[in-house]
Structure formats: C-alpha cells, structure tokens
Write a protein that binds this ligand. Structure first.
Ligand code: AMP
Ligand code: GLY
Length: 423
C-alpha cells in the first residue's frame, strides 16, 4: 500500500516512523516533509495547503491512503477534497474539524451536551466583549476563535489587560481573521494533561496520556511555544481521572458531534485541566499533538495503518488498542531565540548516533538537507525521544541523548518531566 503523509514537523516524522513499521505499507511519501522524514519516506515538494496539487499527486501516484497531520489543511477541508477524488483519507472532514477550527463552536457544543469545561461567553463584537469585562472576575482568559498557531490565548490578570487583549484580538486583528470572533472564559487552575484518541464516527479509543511543556524557558517561564518537550504517561492521569473522562467527556464528545450531523473520524486531542473540581476540557484539537505524538506513538503496539483504516471504515470497535507498559520523554532541541527570532542554516552533527539504538528516536522538525548535510531550518529543530522502564529512566535517557547532537545555537529546557518528581 502507498501512503502519503501531509505535514512537515516532528509530529509527521513520528507518524511516518510508525507507518514505516506497518507490514501493509510498501512506500511512504510526505508532503512537504523534512530531512529526517526524507530518510524513511520520499518527500514531495508540495505545501500542505496546496489542495489541488495534493489531489493531483495522489491520483497520479495511485496513493492508497492519505494521512493529514496538520490542523490548517484539516480545517480548510483537504480531507473532503481527497475523498471527492476517491482517495481514502485519515482525518476529519471540514464540518468535523471545526471542533478545533472554532473555539466558539466547541464551547457551544460542550455547553449544549453538558461536557465539563470552563464557563464562558462568545463575542463577535469588541464593544460587547469590553462591556462584559466590567463585571468579570480576574484573572480571565481570552481566546481568538480560529486557528492562531497556538498563540491566540491570552491570560489577563486585570481588567485593563483584558481590554487591551480584546482590542489586540478583535480590533487590531493580531491573529488575523481568527479574531473575528472570540471566547472569554473563566480562568481555571490545575495540572494539564493531553489525551489523544482514535475516533471512527461512533467509537472512540483512548491512547496513553501525555503532558506538554509549552513555555520556552525552565520553570515554565518565557513565552508560549509550540511545545518544548513531553512525557508519557502522565502520572497525574489516574484511574479516577480516566473513569471521569470516560463517563463525561470522551464518548460524550463523539456522540455530540454525530448528533450535530458532524460525524468525526480521525484523531481527537483532548486538552484537559485537572481542576480541584474535577477534569475540564481546555480545548479540542482535531489532530495528533506536537510534541505529544513523539512520546505516544513509539509506545503504541498496534499497526497504525490497521487502526487508521478501522477509523475510516467505521469498525474501530474491532481494534484492541495497546501501549507498552513503559514511559517515554521527548526533549525539543530548538534554535536559541525561539519563538521570537532565530538564525537558521547551521549544520547538525551527530545524527548518526541514533542509528540502531533501540528505544531512542531523533524526530526532525525544522531541518533541511543541503549539499553541506542536514542543517537547522526552524525554531524547533529536533525532538529527542527516549523510552525507559519508568519516567525517570526515560528522562535520564532522553537528556543523555540530547548530548549526541550538536549544532550552533542549540537550545533546550532542562526541566522537561520535572513534575514526575512531584507525582
Ligand atoms: P489552548 O490553546 O486553549 O490549549 O490554550 C493554551 C494554554 O492556555 C493552555 O494550555 C492553558 O495553559 C492555558 N489556558 C487555556 N484556557 C485556560 C483556562 N480557562 N484557564 C487557565 N488556563 C487556560
Ligand atoms: N502540543 C500541543 C499541540 O499540539 O497543540
């Protein structure tokens, strides 16, 4: 079977590595891919938003199965276009990807179907939003409705900050059209957990839990990033939390989407906060997390293509999803200065060290193959992942492996998984 993966980050490299292990797959393409993905797949120079070219490429090359990894093409309707051309595709259609594409939609869905989340109001007018802030309690959370590269959430400690935030989002359009509408919601406290799941429209199967580290600097200081590291499983995702979420959140979300005529097939990523009053949904994503995928998929025992095909065919209930009884930690190696400004084009040394080392992975994010070798080509460069018998061992292994790779301006957090010590 010939598979095309759409995307170019560490997440897509982790997906490609899983797909490469499938006994059903004879050839993998990735559009556009990166230097690491290029070692296991043929990279095709087509952007993830070039829908016509992706459809034409899939037809010309008789692609049997497409996996869409990224949010923008999912929300934009790439799955619908591929399906219309008769190409089997893994991922939600446009009318279901709205679960991630519009925070106002997802909040209304949760309210209508009694799925636990923060109290909120939606606004499509800046004056009404500012009037609402008069009688609110602080801190408060502002969210641009649409996709904003993970940056459209502002936590405001005072009314003045919040008014400035509403203006940034709705008047100055700092996040573009994502800010045509916005959500204002209650500030919650607690630990965050990421739970990824496979969904076939009716049935949902939960993967092992993970936790991300979004801030750029140690001790959760600095700016928000795409994610600086992850660990899996989360020791805070207890049997009690799992039971609560199974009862009130997971199946309820899938059923709500079906009841709305928006059957969801693909990945639902539940961003949860474990508040003193129980788990609450912070956000939904309609795709694998990055860098959560880098610690979750290496621990999955199933053939990923079998699971994904079951989702597309609506027979996920036949799959026994299984994960290894161990742990994994991913430390992101970034370019100094990320997420603001950074230099690119530095040669990366030491990548060979990962060859034939069981339980160690070097997932590429921003890398490029040039005549000088593989060079840095983005803010997040590599995701160094290691497994271990438990989280502490996995963390020690991952940090040891970060030393195998060198490039100029290499930057990482040194406290990924520190929360493990508090568990
Ligand atoms: P989101 O993109 O919705 O996941 O938001 C990004 C980050 O903002 C989350 O990972 C949380 O750390 C934080 N956040 C979002 N909503 C809330 C909330 N209601 N209360 C507290 N923190 C929040
Ligand atoms: N790691 C968070 C995300 O993928 O959105």
């Amino acid at each position: 079977m010939k598979v095309l993966i759409v995307g170019s980050g560490g997440r897509e490299h982790a997906i490609a590595a899983s797909v490469a292990k499938s006994s059903k797959v004879s050839k993998i393409y990735c559009a556009p891919g990166n230097a690491g993905i290029g070692q296991i797949a043929e990279c095709v120079n087509i952007g993830a938003m070039e829908f016509d070219k992706l459809v034409a490429f899939s037809m010309e090359n008789a692609i049997d199965f497409v996996i869409v990894g990224m949010d923008d093409p999912l929300v934009g309707g790439l799955v619908d276009e591929l399906e219309a051309a008769g190409i089997r595709t893994f991922g939600p259609r446009k009318n279901a990807a709205i679960l991630e594409g519009s925070k106002a939609f997802s909040k209304d869905l949760m309210k209508k179907y009694n799925i636990p989340t923060a109290a909120y109001e939606n606004f499509d007018d800046a004056d009404a939003a500012i009037a609402y802030l008069e009688n609110s309690t602080y801190p408060i959370v502002l969210k641009a409705d649409g996709l904003a590269l993970g940056k459209g959430v502002l936590i405001c400690n005072t009314k003045e900050e919040a008014i400035a935030g509403v203006k940034e989002i709705m008047t100055d359009k700092k996040f573009g059209s994502a800010g045509n509408r916005m959500v204002i919601e209650e500030f919650m406290t607690g630990r965050e957990v990421s739970v990824l799941s496979f969904v076939d429209g009716k049935t949902i199967k939960i993967m092992t839990s993970a936790q991300d580290h979004k801030r750029a600097k140690d001790n959760d200081e600095g700016l928000n990033t795409g994610g600086m590291g992850t660990f899996s499983p989360s020791p805070f995702y207890t049997a009690e939390v799992d039971e609560f979420c199974k009862k009130y959140i997971y199946q309820a979300t899938v059923d709500a989407m079906a009841a709305e005529g928006r059957e969801f097939k693909g990945i639902i990523f539940f961003g949860l906060m474990l508040t003193p009053n129980g788990p609450r949904v912070l956000e939904y994503n309609a795709r694998f997390g990055d860098p959560e995928t880098q610690v979750v998929l290496p621990r999955m025992k199933n053939d990923i293509i079998e699971v994904m095909e079951a989702c597309v065919d609506g027979r996920l209930d036949e799959i026994d999803l299984q994960f290894e009884d161990n742990a994994a930690v991913c430390v992101v190696l970034a370019s100094e200065g990320y997420p603001v400004s950074y230099e690119k084009g530095f040669v990366i040394e030491g990548l060979d060290a990962f060859e034939d080392k069981d339980g160690y992975y070097c997932f590429h994010a921003g890398t490029k193959l040039t005549e000088n070798g593989i060079v840095t080509n983005g803010g997040r460069v590599l995701g160094i992942t290691a497994k271990g018998a438990d989280l502490k061992e996995a963390r020690a292994n991952a940090y040891k492996a970060t030393e195998w790779v060198q490039f100029e301006n290499k930057y990482m957090r040194h406290d990924i998984g520190k929360a493990i010590d508090e568990a």
